[in-house]
Design a protein around this ligand. Structure first.
Ligand SMILES: Nc1ncnc2c1ncn2[C@@H]1O[C@H](COP(=O)(O)OP(=O)(O)OP(=O)(O)O)[C@@H](O)[C@H]1O
Ligand SMILES: [Mg+2]
Length: 284
């Protein structure tokens, strides 16, 4: 099993190295990086290119580790016990009918190896990663209701993504292989855009990329636009048939580009940008 990038996803050499290192070590790959730099997509693409089914677990602030293992549906069991039909009486006898399997359970008991994505682990509370230490390390957990040990038949290939909203505990980090997706260099970015818009006119691409990196370089931006925003913006520019010349002024100083709402996402940033453009124009 070796990951070498896909037709839909541009992976830099160091990213491929990290993915393959995690595969070789059989440890989860912890991926960090700015929003929109392809962390979630990486898991989807690696799974697809290795031919593994992908189980996804999207973490929210209310997600508990136990939900990834299993949940005991006591309410349903109580209802069945009150129904008094032969069918429900038979069901109530076996507690396994009320165990709802979580993604980890499914991943552990799958007949063939699978990939597992734990997306945005930093959204959960601080105990969440600690509660999964043993499961991730030993790839097993105990179901108290049915008194059985659920042990992975095959070690799943685990991807964990984080936007760095919370620090992860050291004990958790020890069990992972870490990769930070650096913001793509212009060359890599060109390849990414090419994947999304094959045959895009070079002139438009160059002009758009210049404006994009200029905006990213503005000091004091609250939210820098990222890969996915550039792609959205290019899509709009093409749909509206905007000429490359409209993206910057004749003397190649900053101008407010059309559809800037695809790149700047809050009023402080747009105001900052407009001020800069205004100052630039006065200095001409
Ligand atoms: N290396 C890449 N190759 C191709 N497309 C990419 C790449 N990186 C980012 N993209 C584009 O950016 C979009 C966003 O990627 P994705 O959702 O994986 O980002 P993310 O890092 O998970 O962001 P978030 O932290 O907000 O969840 C993708 O749908 C894809 O269109
Ligand atoms: Mg994501």
């Amino acid at each position: 099993m070796k990951f070498q990038g896909t037709d839909n996803y541009v992976a830099t050499a160091d990213l491929m190295l990290s993915v393959n290192a995690a595969i070789a070590l059989q440890r989860p790959l912890l991926v960090k990086g700015e929003p929109g730099t392809g962390k979630t997509m990486l898991a989807e693409e690696v799974a697809q290119s290795l031919g593994l089914p992908l189980l996804q677990w999207h973490i929210k602030s209310t997600t508990k580790a136990q939900q990834g293992l299993y949940e005991y549906d006591a309410v349903n069991r109580l209802r069945d016990s009150q129904l008094n039909t032969a069918d429900s009486a038979a069901r109530v006898q076996d507690i396994r009918n009320y165990i709802v399997q979580g993604v980890l359970w499914q991943a552990f008991t799958a007949d063939a190896p699978v990939a597992l994505l734990i997306d945005e682990i930093d959204k959960a509370d601080i105990e969440f990663p600690n509660d999964l230490l043993r499961e991730i390390d030993r790839m097993e957990f105990y179901c108290y209701e049915t008194r059985e040990l659920i042990k992975a038949k095959h070690r799943p290939l685990v991807f964990i993504t984080s936007n760095n909203e919370k620090e992860l505990p050291d004990a958790f980090l020890r069990r992972c292989f870490f990769h930070y997706i650096k913001f793509p260099e212009p060359d890599t970015m060109k390849r990414i855009v090419e994947v999304h818009f094959p045959g895009l006119k070079d002139e438009l691409l160059t002009a758009a990329m210049k404006t994009f990196y200029d905006i990213r370089g503005l000091p004091g931006l609250k939210k820098k636009p990222s890969t996915s925003e550039l792609i959205d913006w290019l899509k709009l520019l093409m749909a509206e048939d905007i000429p490359p010349a409209a993206l910057h002024s004749a003397d190649s100083k900053v101008a407010v580009p059309p559809l800037v709402g695809a790149l700047l996402k809050n009023e402080q940033d747009t105001t900052l940008f407009e001020k800069l453009v205004f100052m630039n124009q006065r200095n001409r």
